[in-house]
Design a protein around this ligand. Structure first.
Ligand code: SF4
Length: 314
């Protein structure tokens, strides 16, 4: 597969999607030191491969340091990632932090452990970035993760909020980037299989997969099966937001709207933007009546004064 045309097309697509995301969000700049977080899953391996490929031909200089956080999950094969990093000759750092035992101790049996675990992991990653002088932190979330997060927030948090391709950490010290933001999970999975990465299983922590995320994932899979391209549409919508057509008063000053000041594209309120403008035209009005007619009908319309006179006579 690796030598096939399909593979090269897939690799080119992933590289160009990452390149576009980097350009659209100004993710990487000259002199950046990027801590590239590696879990050992398909997404992080793909991210690292694509970043290294782009680094070779980028017109700017930036440094990549692969990092794996060993959270001390039982059975974690700690030799796999160092061996892989050595084999491809990338700079790397393995960080050991026993977040697993903290999570086990603090979270009651049967409760979901992901929230505390991710908070602890985030803290360690930020501290490592500081230690290593990295100004950027790259995470391997992709388009489908972003759309899933959007629906999770919508359904369970009542918020129109997803997972940003780029964000500043709370203390402003680092920028987190998600170079795979435009890449489809299915493409990444195919690429990872072809690359034969030494994947580390993701269930070593013993946590149940987040049930709601799984439900949303299943929902999106079904949608995609029924209507191919729908997930892409949802993702595109995230980058084409129209605050004046939502209801968030902090994003759009509805209170200040007044006739004569409107900036809203009225036609879009009614759907078809070109047809609705011309399908009906203003014809005439009398005291308590306004009429719009189809242009052809207006041409053939009887004289208004005659109509008014006839009506009065009747
Ligand atoms: S799945 Fe496991 S490792 Fe991942 S966030 Fe949840 S508890 Fe942590």
């Amino acid at each position: 597969m690796k030598a096939s045309n399909n593979f090269f097309r897939l690799e080119t697509r992933l590289q160009s999607q990452v390149g576009k995301a980097i350009a659209d969000f100004n993710m990487i700049e000259d002199g950046d030191k990027i801590l590239t977080c590696m879990s050992g899953g398909k997404d992080s391996y793909t991210m690292l491969s694509v970043l290294l490929a782009l680094q070779k031909r980028a017109p700017i200089d930036f440094e990549i340091i692969a990092m794996n956080l060993d959270q001390k999950h039982p059975g974690f094969p700690e030799e796999i990632l160092p061996q892989y990093f050595e084999s491809i000759g990338v700079k790397y750092r393995i960080v050991e932090a026993d977040t697993h035992s903290i999570v086990k101790e603090k979270v009651p049996e049967g409760k979901t452990t992901c929230s505390l675990c991710s908070r602890l992991r985030r803290g360690v990653i930020y501290r490592t970035a500081k230690e290593l002088g990295a100004n950027k932190i790259a995470l391997g979330h992709h388009r489908d993760d972003i759309v899933e997060t959007f629906f999770l927030n919508l359904f369970f948090g009542g918020k129109m909020k997803a997972m940003p391709p780029k964000l500043a950490t709370d203390d402003g010290a680092h920028i987190v980037i998600r170079p795979l933001a435009y890449c489809k999970e299915s493409d990444i999975a195919t690429y990872a299989r072809a690359m034969e990465y030494p994947i580390i299983p993701c269930d070593l922590c013993g946590s149940q997969e987040n049930l709601q995320r799984k439900k949303v994932k299943d929902m999106l899979t079904q949608w995609e099966r029924d209507t191919p391209g729908r997930v892409d549409n949802v993702f595109r919508a995230l980058s084409d937001v129209v605050p004046s057509h939502l209801a968030d008063t902090s994003l759009f000053d509805f209170r200040a709207l007044a006739s004569g000041l409107a900036k809203i594209d009225e036609a879009s309120l009614f759907g078809d933007t070109s047809y609705t403008q011309t399908a009906l035209v203003f014809s005439h009005s009398s005291e308590n009546r306004i009429e719009f007619v189809r242009p052809a009908a207006r041409a053939a319309a009887p004289d208004v004064s005659a109509t008014a006179a006839n009506t009065a006579d009747a």
